[in-house]
Design a protein around this ligand. Sequence first.
Ligand code: AMP
Ligand code: ZN
Length: 462
Amino acid sequence: MQLQIYNTLKREKELFVPRIPGKVSMYLCGPTVYNRIHLGNARTFVLGDTIRRILSFLGYDVTYVQNFTDVDDKIIVRAAELNITVDELVEQEIKNYFEDAKALGILPADKHPRVTAHIGDIIAFIGDLIAGGFAYVGGGDVFYDVQKFPAYGQLSGQKLDDLVMGSRVEAGEAKRHPADFALWKGAKPGEPFWDSPWGKGRPGWHIECSAMVRAELGGHIDIHAGGMDLQFPHHENELAQSEALCSGEPFARYWVHGAFLNVNDGKMSKSQGNFFILSDVLKRYDGNIVRFFLQSAHYRKPLSFDATSLDSATVALNRLRNACGALEHVLTALNAPQAAGEMLNLDQYEARFKSALADDFNTAEAWGVLFELARDANAALALKGIANAELALSLMQRLAGVLGVELTVDRSLDEEIEALIARREEARFARDYWTADNIRVLLAELGIELLDTPQGVRWKLK
Ligand code: AMP
Ligand code: ZN
């Protein structure tokens, strides 16, 4: 299976060729830990986890790193608001992040480096840039000298001259060019600081990722990912920093950027106030549903969120859960996995599922293949039955699992429901239609629909 990835740097889909055959190193810019993540952030973190899982499914040995930005103005401000220390806030928010990630089926990365644990690496990186002539000391700060890096602007498709217009030099900043950016910021009163060869201060945001990539994965990686808003300036600057020291070989072979989750056509963001905190959403919806919803559009296409999105996703995912339930039912009702009936050609679903994912991680199309499998299984069950029901069921669950979604049929209500169904059957047998009807209504209120099948009464989630 030939994997194609859309590379932002080249603005086209390219055949994926990792640096080392069979192995992939991947880095995704993680959260700034000052607040619980919102659904928009979740789209990007689910994307990283999904790509990682797809790469494993396609047979690659993946090393995945996602950082925590634990030094930032927003963290300092929020800790002060809450009247707690920066450390307390950071610990709390990292714990919250892992809780949210777990609910969404996001596996822990192989490494989750924190900026504060890599200050030495960051200082060493800045030192290398100064030694190489790519950075300079100005006042108490250190700046990257964009004019020394001719390819500056390549990732975001901008020219240095155009960037002069868009950049500002703040009063007191000793920049040589308006697009120069801080690698090290001199300490300000009341803020966390570290000692460095350039005085007390703290790192700039962009250098953190370059240094953590180098420390955790080496100077070159296969895939660098993040949300679309990070393309410029964050990733442009990361590229400039890392490639200044890279001697010809690209820093990241493929740059992958995820589109936004939108609300009313605008990006969901904290600053716009149009955000939904993920943990609030998870009080009402199962993480599998949220994850499925976030994968329902191609990652490079904007996805709109509104009041009906997650209910529609629930209905859609229940179609797959019900198909699994129906397959399970024939298996248990007949107690014969090799039951008679039609033999579904399962290989072709898996092949098409795989090729959808190998085409620039097209999860929307891959889910479409699973819906076809569910539809075909339901149709076959309604006619002659399925000879390979057990395999069909395990395939559907395994492929959903590749995308990190558990397609388990909810069995928590089973006993209660089965007991009600049995009582209804007894009532019907005794011609007590009043009781039988009441039970049907009660089940309907629980969201259960009854189906009379050749194998007896079955039920499914509405
Ligand atoms: P932050 O914590 O603000 O640095 O954001 C963490 C990640 O979430 C970044 O990769 C952003 O690109 C991403 N992100 C923020 N808002 C959205 C959104 N509405 N849709 C998708 N990704 C987002
Ligand atoms: Zn980053």
